[in-house]
Design a binder for this molecule. Structure first.
Ligand SMILES: Cc1cc2nc3c(=O)[nH]c(=O)nc-3n(C[C@H](O)[C@H](O)[C@H](O)COP(=O)(O)O)c2cc1C
Length: 276
């Protein structure tokens, strides 16, 4: 019987959903399977025969937190199989995400036998408009079907490696510009751009839901800090659609998106910064 350990990072539930669907297939096939977020339980379980990862693509790369997590894994000195799945708002725009993660994992001594991109709805609400609800559900449903097929292929020992492609419609310059700008400047600075409009009533949901604890309510206003990964959970779960980025403007007339069954853990704020 195989021991499988599954790790994900997920802002709005897509990467969780894909890996959780794989988990169900592994369990149905008699594998002992654990699934956890890299933000909650990060150690790989002892004696895992197969390790699976699922992350979203951010600006053609993997989120900074995932890069750091993979780089911090111990070296594996016994043969262990691994697979990497990437969820993408546009399956043609996964960029370097698979390459980046498989390169780090191989360097750790893991035998990466399977890597694949799964199309799920876009959640980058500050910069683009996610699909409307019905269209989003259609994409999720086919993502789930794909995730089941992927898990069965992995169990059956079928190898698959995603082939890198330049995103259609991008010049080489545009592609590298977006990748490096986000990687070297964006993710370390965009936390400064978050704003809330007058409909924010400081309910604190954004603070409680943030997977990296990068939001604190101060003087009845949410404040972001530099550990923010741009995961868009706060933006997409805000009941008032009050959160936006100053360069991009209000999201009030856009669709919001999170995978509808994804119920992220609410974290109790560490300190109450709200002035009475
Ligand atoms: C900051 C940011 C950058 C993104 N960049 C890309 C991208 O380059 N290509 C793409 O196909 N999707 C992109 N997306 C969409 C997400 O990768 C996609 O919606 C993913 O499934 C979200 O996963 P999650 O729900 O697990 O967080 C981006 C989303 C965010 C928040």
């Amino acid at each position: 019987m195989m021991n499988v350990d599954l790790k994900y990072f997920s802002g709005t539930g897509n990467s969780y959903k894909v890996l959780d669907t794989c988990k169900d297939v592994f369990i149905q096939n008699g594998c002992t399977t654990t699934l956890s977020s890299i933000t909650e339980k990060s150690d790989i379980i002892e004696g895992a025969d197969l390790i699976g990862f699922c992350f979203p693509v951010y600006a053609f790369g993997i989120p900074r937190i995932c890069r750091k997590y993979l780089a911090g894994l111990p070296k594996f000195d016994h043969p262990t199989k691994a697979f990497v799945l990437i969820t993408a708002g546009d399956p043609e725009e996964s960029g370097f995400s698979i390459m980046e993660s498989t390169a780090i994992l191989k360097n750790k001594g893991l035998n990466v036998t399977y890597s694949r991109v799964v199309h799920m709805p876009s959640n980058w609400t500050v910069s683009m408009n996610p699909p409307p609800r019905k269209e989003a559900q259609r994409i999720i449903d086919s993502g789930i079907i794909k995730a089941k097929a992927i898990a069965n292929e992995i169990l059956g020992g079928v190898p698959y490696h995603h082939a890198f492609n330049y995103p259609p419609g991008y010049s080489r310059f545009g592609f590298y510009k977006d990748y490096y700008l986000f990687k070297w400047l964006g993710v370390s600075n965009l936390w400064r751009s978050f704003r809330t409009d007058e409909t924010c009533d400081a309910c604190g949901l954004c603070e409680q839901l943030c997977p990296t604890r990068s939001i604190q309510i101060e003087n009845s206003t949410p404040k972001w800090t530099n550990t923010c990964e741009q995961c868009m959970r706060c933006v997409n779960y805000c009941p008032k659609q009050a959160i936006f980025q100053k360069e991009e403007g209000s999201i009030k007339d856009k669709n919001t998106y999170h995978e509808p069954t994804f119920k992220p853990l609410k974290i109790k704020p560490q300190k109450d910064h709200t002035a009475d």
